[in-house]
Design a protein around this ligand. Structure first.
Ligand code: SER
Length: 587
């Protein structure tokens, strides 16, 4: 069974059981200052898990392209990828364990025809606050699983929240006990370097987790865990891993998700995908796939935040390609049709993006490859390879520490390198500074205030500059809001002052912020503002600020505009191609 067929079967299976298929969120979240990338399916659903009404109802299903930068160093083995799709289904206070577990079982054993004898499940063993999950045990038992295929673990394995175990959950974070499902590769023998005994959560590769049903019924409060208003289910299944299980290979890079790109690497490098070549080929395949996807969703390589991660992916791929005697650009250009074709047919990106992506990434790879050749020369000439040299190469050629480390066989001290770097760039902020780890959607008061202000800014720009203005992007951090908009001219200082004045007037008017669920087409016809590159489900939430602004949005927002407080302009700049960027902050 092919990967695309597996995804479709999943969506159809849950659609048949009353789930609305919702569009995936962009891989780079908007207006979320604490996370660089969308790292799980539930990220866009947090407000709804906490009790807000979702416009598409209480049963939802999707496949969510996700990226986990923290896994970048793990890529190279047979199952880690930085980018993956998460197949998700949710019950928002609708069904619970008694429906979810039989459906998961039916999907894996009937739809995908996985051998039930090779499936194992795990359950939460309970702790001082949350009881042992006996109910799920009985359900699995009824489905025919014997005790030697049902395993209990503590919160380190069978509790899920974006922050991990309950003691790490910040106030407001949602989570709950989980029941996970594992596929057993019976042909893989236990590797004792991972521990004396093998067990389902062992990392030796005999078992692969393919699904996680989170029974999300808790929220952290200042007094500890409290039950949410409703019992939710949040299921996530790693698509790449499910495909590997169905195609019965322990290597996700040997599935049809990766074989086209791996064959291209073989052709370009003249090497076979086996033995010592495998880790480098996996890194190239994973990194080029992820960077291509990001580029197709509009990301540009840069020295900051997500753009820096993308740059790192391309540079790491380029170094590996060179180590195999190939050229990353050649591999990349030959792989674009399969990557863009696969994701555009799933509706995540546009097929038209291919030429833009080819141009952008080729230019980036060209620049880096010439830097790489110069860097290799410098390293060849150097008397001493040390942290100072690594720093000089970073400064002059943009080599991340790990690249210098890789090009030399000498072990360098990353802490020393970082000290040199920090002394130099104490003011600049890059993703390499370890910011934004974790991936928690920020529901903080500051973000919420800026978020509501963004709607006012959008409407005020239209009022002052005209209907030519449409949203081209937005971003919030704790210090400011940033709003990108289309406008072919340069707004005058007077016009910008008027925008700020209008926004502050609406804030002072203390307008109520209300929401309503409507049909998308009807809402758009009535002139509600929207961010057009984004995909919206058929029914949408419209947030209104008094009668002044109406916009499609997921929230959250302040209840009345005076909670925002007065704002001031920081700057307004030209991004080129008819797009401008305005920065606004609290006074
Ligand atoms: N949120 C859970 C996970 O990411 C299930 O979707 O594993």
């Amino acid at each position: 069974m092919k990967a695309s067929e597996i995804r479709q079967k999943y969506l159809d299976f849950f659609a048949k059981r009353g789930h609305a298929v919702i569009p995936a969120a962009p891989i780079i979240p908007r207006d979320d200052p604490t996370t660089l990338f969308n790292g799980s399916g539930m990220q866009q659903l947090v407000p709804y898990l906490k009790g807000e009404k979702h416009p598409m109802g209480t049963r939802l299903v999707d496949s969510q392209p996700s990226f986990r930068a923290e896994d970048i160093e793990s890529v190279g083995d047979n199952r880690h990828t930085t980018m993956f799709e998460m197949l998700g289904n949710w019950s928002l206070g609708d069904y619970f364990k008694a429906d979810q577990l039989p459906w998961v079982w039916e999907f894996f054993t009937k739809e995908l025809a996985l051998d039930p004898a090779r499936l194992h499940v795990t359950l939460f063993q309970g702790d001082n606050t949350v009881p042992k999950d006996q109910e799920s045990y009985l359900l699995w038992h009824k489905l025919g699983l014997k005790d030697d295929h049902i395993h209990y673990y503590d919160s380190s394995k069978n509790w899920w929240s974006r922050a991990g175990t309950p003691d790490n959950m910040p106030i407001g974070e949602v989570g709950g006990p989980t029941s996970e499902i594992f596929f057993e590769y019976t042909a893989v023998n236990h590797d004792s370097s991972y521990g004396k005994e093998c067990h389902v959560n062992c990392d030796c590769g005999r078992f692969l987790e393919i699904g996680n049903s989170v029974f999300m019924e808790y929220e952290m409060t200042s007094e500890g865990l409290r039950k949410l208003p409703a019992q939710n289910v949040d299921f996530g299944g790693g698509f790449e891993r499910i495909v590997a299980a169905v195609q019965d290979t322990p290597d996700v890079f040997a599935t049809d998700l990766f074989t086209p790109i791996i064959s291209t690497i073989e052709q370009v490098t003249g090497k076979k995908y086996k033995g010592a070549n495998m880790p480098a080929m996996r890194v190239i395949a994973d990194h080029l796939r992820a960077a291509t996807f990001m580029s197709a969703q509009g990301l540009v390589p840069s020295n900051k935040l997500q753009g820096y991660t993308m740059r790192r992916l391309l540079r790491r791929a380029a170094v590996r390609a060179r180590s195999l005697g190939g050229d990353a650009k050649e591999i990349f250009l030959a792989s674009i049709p399969s990557i863009i074709g696969f994701y555009s047919s799933a509706g995540f990106i546009s097929a038209d993006s291919a030429s833009g992506v080819a141009e952008l990434i080729s230019a980036e790879l060209d620049k880096f490859t010439s830097a790489l050749i110069r860097g290799e020369r410098e390293l060849g000439k150097a008397n001493k390879v040390n942290e100072q040299l690594a720093f000089d190469l970073y400064q002059s050629l943009g080599f991340p520490f790990e690249i210098t480390q890789e090009l030399t066989s000498i072990k360098l001290d990353e802490t020393k390198f970082n000290k040199l770097l920090q002394a130099h760039q104490s003011k600049s902020r890059t993703a390499s500074a370890g910011m934004f780890k974790g991936g928690l959607a920020d529901q903080s008061e500051t973000t919420t205030r800026y978020h509501t202000a963004t709607h006012l800014v959008h409407q005020a720009l239209v009022d002052v500059l005209g209907e030519e203005v449409t949203q081209a992007g937005s971003n919030i951090n704790s210090e400011r809001l940033r709003f990108d908009y289309t406008y072919s001219d340069k707004p005058s200082n007077d016009q910008l002052a008027r925008v700020i004045h209008v926004v502050n007037q609406k804030i002072a008017d203390n307008l109520p912020v209300t929401k309503a669920i409507q049909d998308k087409d009807k809402a758009l016809r009535s002139g509600v503002r929207a961010f057009f590159p984004e995909k919206y489900p058929d029914r949408v939430t419209v947030y209104s600020i008094g009668s002044y602004s109406h916009e499609l949005c997921g929230g959250p927002h302040v209840a009345h505009t005076s909670a925002i407080g007065p704002l001031e302009l920081v700057k307004d700049e030209n991004l080129g191609q008819g797009i401008r960027r305005i920065y606004i902050r609290f006074v």
